[in-house]
Design a protein. Structure first.
Length: 570
């Protein structure tokens, strides 16, 4: 009997032996991660089509809950780049209220995933699918940022991937040189900052300061000086596009209707699956670094709780963030307290420094997302997978192309279906059905299963021996029938060796039943050999033992041949 699920957040366990040294390490890590999360939260929210403060609210609310209730010691939660395309699409089709409802539904699904113990199953989604849709999301994010990065004056932007690039190509003359310089310089600062910090040991400590924050501070000051003293006003800032507020939002539950719920089931499932995959991948990577083992199902429940709370306070979908989690680890964070501190730091920034965000250039935030998309692209993994079997390459490219050309929901669904079909094809190819005509080669027998003398393994006259190697399921059923149909002679006994059959499904049972019925009409006796206990139990439930007779189900080929001699009288 399965043990009942026990919801055990890691915070409770880690606090038992908590001390001042651990707290100081978590405090420093939490402060640094909070600073790292600030520009990302703003950039992700704007790219998703919502106001800047919603990203910070999400990082505060969801980050706090994921650290408080999660199954990982070091997971940092919040908005991530993977959700940008999904959120933007939901807002375009259903509005902000639709996004709120979809996020709440996703939270319910995630809690159910955890309660149903699906944490371990979700981690087995094929790697080519994960790489394919992650790379596709990265390319899509990069595509959406070209307009702000170069300051292109485009009022009506196509929604599809190809349409965007066609529009960019036609509007090259609309590039604002000052904005383009701002965006490109932002990318250069973010990419070059880690290299600058490691030039000598004295600057190594500066590496704790994220390049994105350095770029935002430097570029924002530079743009303010250009506006003040050079009269350059063409560089758009957050304040030019959004009204910034640092007021704490009131909790609000949207009005739910059955029609809205039905319409939002697909995007809600997409948010839930993507959130589950990303959070569990992040937790798994973190486990490998700190030598720990997270609780997948507890983590999913915490992710669900976070996505139930975040939209109530005006936030967007959240999940575990790999980059921020690794930043936490690299700066000494070892307990969920670091994640709680990170949320507290963001809350203080939101309350006291949020109005300053209005001066940040949009091109600088686009530069942040360009670097994020490069990191997400996983191009090295993509190229490495190209050397794998063709089936993996097909799944990779189908998922990638569907993600950028159509929709992430379609990409995941089709990718999983194709991966399953190709997997079943592989398993079917592994299953082999062969005919043994004269005698059984002793060298091919398992010595620990042999009974009696090997010289008795000569097949008597009037007896046919067939051997099934591998799972006897619907993928191999037709092959079995084809082999059986290729022999026109009518023996007195057909021995079916099943020693290498680990399981049999309903199609295998159907084929075996047809064989028994056909053989009975032709006066041929079926003898089964080497059936393992699990397969034999399945056959008994299907009534196969009554059709062939219990005495004709033998544990070994020697016994099956002896039974065949009795029947044939040889």
């Amino acid at each position: 009997m399965d043990k009942p699920l026990v919801f055990k957040p890691r915070l409770a366990k880690t606090l038992k032996n908590y001390n001042q040294k651990a707290f100081m390490a978590d405090l420093m890590a939490g402060i640094i991660v909070g600073i790292v999360a600030l520009p990302l939260a703003i950039a992700f929210s704007i790219a998703s089509g919502v106001t800047p403060e919603k990203g910070i609210i999400t990082a505060i609310v969801a980050g706090f809950i994921i650290s408080m209730a999660g199954g990982s010691k070091v997971q940092i939660g919040g908005p991530t780049g993977a959700f940008i395309i999904i959120i933007y699409g939901i807002i375009q089709q259903y509005g902000l209220e639709g996004l709120t409802i979809a996020t709440l539904m996703a939270g319910v699904f995630l809690v159910l995933f955890g309660l149903l113990r699906l944490g371990t199953i979700i981690k087995y989604i094929p790697y080519p699918i994960v790489v394919g849709f992650t790379s596709g999301i990265a390319v899509t994010i990069f595509t959406t940022q070209i307009k702000d990065l170069l300051g292109m004056d485009i009022y009506s932007m196509p929604s599809d991937f190809i349409g965007k690039w066609v529009c960019y190509a036609r509007q090259m003359a609309a590039i604002d040189p000052w904005t383009a310089a701002t965006g490109i310089l932002s990318v250069a600062i973010i990419a070059g900052w880690p290299k600058l910090c490691t030039l000598n040991s004295r600057r190594a400590a500066l590496n704790k300061i994220p390049g994105s924050l350095v770029a935002i501070i430097v570029i924002t000051i530079a743009v303010l000086l250009l506006k003040q003293y050079a009269g350059i006003t063409s560089i758009e800032t957050i304040g030019d596009r959004f009204a910034i507020s640092n007021d704490l939002p009131d909790a609000q539950v949207p009005l739910l209707s059955w029609e809205a719920i039905k319409a939002l089931v697909p995007p809600a499932i997409t948010i839930a699956i993507l959130g589950a995959i990303e959070s569990l991948l992040s937790a798994t990577v973190a486990d490998g670094v700190i030598g720990d083992h997270h609780d997948s199902n507890t983590e999913l429940i915490a992710q669900g709780m976070a996505n139930l709370a975040s939209p109530i306070f005006g936030g967007i979908p959240a999940t575990g963030a790999i980059a921020r989690t690794m930043t936490n680890i690299n700066n000494g964070g070892r307990t969920p307290v670091a994640g709680i501190v990170h949320a507290a730091v963001l809350l203080l920034i939101f309350l006291f420094l949020m109005p300053l965000a209005r001066y940040i250039p949009m091109a600088c935030l686009a530069g942040v997302l360009v670097i994020v998309s490069y990191g997400m692209s996983g191009w090295r993994s993509f190229l490495a997978l190209m050397k794998n079997p063709k089936s993996d390459v097909i799944v990779l490219w189908v998922t990638f192309l569907l993600t950028i050309l159509f929709d992430l929901t379609i990409a995941i669904e089709v990718g999983i279906v194709i991966a399953c079909l190709l997997f079943m094809r592989r398993v079917a190819e592994v299953t082999d059905v062969k005919v043994i005509s004269d005698e059984i080669n002793p060298d091919e027998e398992d010595s620990d299963l042999q009974l009696g003398n090997l010289e008795h393994l000569t097949i008597p006259e009037g007896v046919e021996v067939y051997e099934i190697n591998g799972p006897f399921f619907f993928g191999a059923g037709n092959r079995f029938e084809e082999v059986m149909a290729s022999f026109g002679d009518r023996p007195k006994v057909r021995i079916i060796r099943m020693r290498k059959v680990p399981f049999v499904d309903s199609t295998g049972i159907h084929n075996l039943t047809n064989l028994c019925q056909m053989s009975r009409k032709e006066g041929i006796q079926i003898v089964l050999s080497g059936v393992n206990p699990a397969v034999q139990a399945t056959l008994q439930k299907a009534g196969i033992d009554r059709m062939v007779g219990g005495e004709n189900i033998c544990s070994h080929i020697n016994l099956a041949l002896d039974r065949a001699r009795e029947i044939t009288g040889s």
